[in-house]
Write a protein that binds this ligand. Structure first.
Ligand code: NAD
Ligand code: UD1
Length: 314
């Protein structure tokens, strides 16, 4: 984006959101974080406490965003761009509580899109997920294969993509859906049993505690560093594309058991590796095809896993 813009980041106090805010503010944009702090933290944004370019609005994305944003637009003018990240992020939690998941994730997206339509927003970038694919037979997985989500979370993300497409097609709201694979990096919260595996393993390995693998550990994931994900978000926010759907991954996969071994090794201690039954609704293999990310958004996720893990452990 050549000119400073007013961007709303829903979920901006969370892991990916706070890194997105850092990047947008560093590039000179004005940012409004809209977050209900269910998992996000004010501490993730403390580095901007003195900045007059950040406004924090505490609000549920599914309730009253028009009223919550009105004082900000009265002061700074209309919202030009929205990064929609606010969500319940756990696949496991969505299996246990599908109705709550649907309300937050799909309902939240509809509220954001209604706001974008009514306010003439120039771009909405949405955090979709590799979970829309379900179990696939061909790797790396390309965006245009048949989609068969295996969890309520995957269904929400796919439904949200359809809603984005509808608002773009019928109401002229420019949209991009980014299908994040497994994002990791500093500030990913390890404290919940539903947290991302790298944050949990790192936290445990640093303390010399056991690492628990669900299933035999042969399941693979494409782990992508948060800095690379933020570059994709910012690129999508400023480009002229609409109705683009693109994977955001590295094109590489690693098994969970190899990941566990690598993290224990990097920590230089002797955390034991234990096993528990596999989780319901889980996919076994995951690896992104990344041509679209490179060709349409000009982004290559180049952070090597070992470098990203070192940054996370630090
Ligand atoms: P996170 O939990 O750190 O961030 C989510 C943020 O949304 C938090 O700040 C939380 O407080 C906020 N939030 C949740 N419900 C809300 C609501 N109803 N109203 C307002 N705010 C609300 O998780 P994250 O890993 O940063 O995920 C960000 C987005 O990326 C999510 O949409 C997630 O589904 C998606 N995603 C993440 C990954 C990953 O590996 N981390 C992979 C694919 C997609
Ligand atoms: C993750 C994201 C989800 C995203 C999806 C995209 C989180 C919490 N979830 O789901 O938002 O849409 O990627 O691909 O960030 N595991 C263990 N031990 C643990 C924790 C996990 O063995 O202590 C295993 C899991 O069984 C799974 C793998 O590690 O096989 C990854 O799990 P997790 O980090 O929860 O992510 P996903 O379910 O892939």
């Amino acid at each position: 984006m050549a000119h400073p813009t007013l961007a709303v980041v829903t979920g901006g106090a969370g892991f990916i959101g706070s890194h997105t805010v850092d990047k947008l503010i560093a590039a000179g944009h004005r940012v409004v974080v809209l977050d209900n702090f269910s998992t996000g933290k004010r501490a993730n944004l403390a580095q901007h406490a003195q900045s007059d370019r950040l406004t924090i609005v505490e609000c549920d994305v599914g309730h009253g965003i028009f009223a919550a944003l009105a004082p900000v637009t009265a002061k700074y003018g209309p919202v030009e761009r929205i990064v929609h990240l606010a969500a319940q992020v756990s696949v496991v939690s969505s299996v246990a509580n599908p109705m709550t998941d649907m309300q937050i994730n799909y309902g939240g997206t509809l509220h954001v899109l209604e706001y974008a339509r009514a306010s003439g927003v120039k771009k909405v970038v949405f955090a979709s997920s590799a979970a829309v694919y379900g179990e696939v037979t061909t790797l790396p997985v390309a965006e245009d294969i048949h989609l068969q989500p295996m969890s309520p979370y995957g269904i929400d993300k796919l439904s949200s993509e359809y809603a984005l497409d509808y608002y773009a097609n019928v109401h002229g709201v420019p949209t991009t859906a980014l299908r994040f694979f497994n994002v990791y990096g500093p500030r990913q919260d390890p404290t919940s049993p539903y947290s991302g595996v790298i944050s949990i393993f790192s936290d445990r390995a640093k303390a010399g505690r056991p690492l628990l693998i669900f299933g035999d550990g042969g399941q693979t994931r494409d782990f992508v560093f948060v800095g690379d994900v933020v570059r994709a978000i910012v690129s999508a926010l400023g480009d002229g594309n609409s109705r683009l759907i693109a994977n955001v991954g590295t094109g590489q996969e690693i098994s969970v058991k190899e990941l566990a071994r690598t993290i224990v090794e990097l920590c230089g201690n002797k955390s034991p590796i234990q096993h528990a039954p596999a989780r319901a609704g889980e996919i076994l293999k995951s690896r992104a095809r990344v041509d679209r990310l490179r060709d349409q958004l000009g982004v290559v996720a180049e952070t090597k896993l070992v470098d990203g893990l070192r940054a996370t452990l630090a």
